[in-house]
Design a protein. Sequence first.
Length: 488
Amino acid sequence: MKECDSYAINVLNKPSIVLMENAANAVKEEFLKLYQGGNIAVVCGGGNNGGDGAAFARLLNCQGIKSDVYFFYGSMSEDCAANAEKLKQTDLKLIFNTENIDFCGYDYIIDALFGTGLNKPAKGINKKVIESINDSPAFKMSIDMPSGLYGGNDINSAVVKADRTISLAAYKYEQLFWGTDYCGDIIVKDIDIPIDIGSDVYEQSDIKNYFEKRKKDTHKGSYGKLCIIAGSGKYFGAALISYNAATSLLVGCGLTCLCVPRFLSVNFRNRITESVLDYMPDNGENALFDADVLNNIIGSYSAICIGMGMGCNIETFKICSYLLKNYDKKLLLDADAISSIAAFDKNIFLSPHKCDVIITPHLAEFSRLSGLNISDIKANPLKIAQSYAKKNNITVLLKSHSTIICCGEKSAVNVTGTPAMAKAGSGDVLSGIIGGVMAQGKGAYISGIIGSYIHGKAGEFAAEKLGEYSVLASDINANIAQVIKNLH
């Protein structure tokens, strides 16, 4: 953001004071959508974030809405000082560096104490201000970043717990990873700063472009064929969930085959009604490697998903290894496929592979695969995932509250979803969705982006209906069709 801000000011000749006015207008626009009367406190620091807050208070005053404006600073930036001077020409109540800090009498607090420039925990009077903001029952709106949140990954320090954050120009790294519980709803507002670095965040307008109106002269073969190799005696539900996401709920794949250990046939014959059911040889619990069966799958399907509920064992590893060496289309490795690779050959992706590979680990699985501690991954998940993807020539979809999708030099972060999706089976749904998209000819990287967006949105729809505690993986499945329908 510093680079983009500097480019806008120094190369494009956009005065910083004008960008500050743009920011204040953006915040005012969002504030007016929720304001229903009541007392307002605008809490400003001495930097440019404080200047945004001061300009906001002035613009609000121009519309006849009064606020009390607090300033806490040692020194002021030039633009902040300019906006503070403008406020002195109004009849607003201004309070400078008071030690009597109590915001409990306010209905709304606009947090403009710090922005993205903070590089250490808030201390002294600033820490006291943040704690007082949090003690207030007021609705809290932070400008650009909840004050106290910074790039040091120290969430034990004082941080404003905002109900809404107005992020200027783009999402910020801290908002999407370790600071999510402090940001509330995040709304990104354009303030005329060009953004051409960093990771992509795909929105509905982007995703809908991948779901074009279908031609009449088509058939099931026009939309690809997906094979899902999944299940074991202990986890046969994972196979069924992945299958449902890919076919029954119409991600768009033309045909799906569910391939499970043969001894499970009785569990699936009456459940699989829209697609093909195939079998792997087994030992009474897990699928066994069989080159002939795999060669038939390789020759028949445009995408393969493998790993859901298969169990971590040498046979699962052999199957994955064979597919990596011999399959030349799209391959998704999830769950026990990842764990088996981690257990038997962590360097398998460094060997040549013909297929377009995507792996979909959660943090613990990625830790086992990469050999890194979960705490180290959490400290810089985007950089680590991107480095691993580039080194191994694969796409990595690292599942968390903000899902990361990386391949080579490209990366994206998915921001759809809800805590309601923290349930067993949710990841199996995601695998089925991505597989269904890949089968239609999309690459692994873009399929990961599309799949994670649809998955998260379906979870949001389910949570709206059922609440955050009661959503099951099957409820996510049940809302996928609505997400796709709503794209247009």
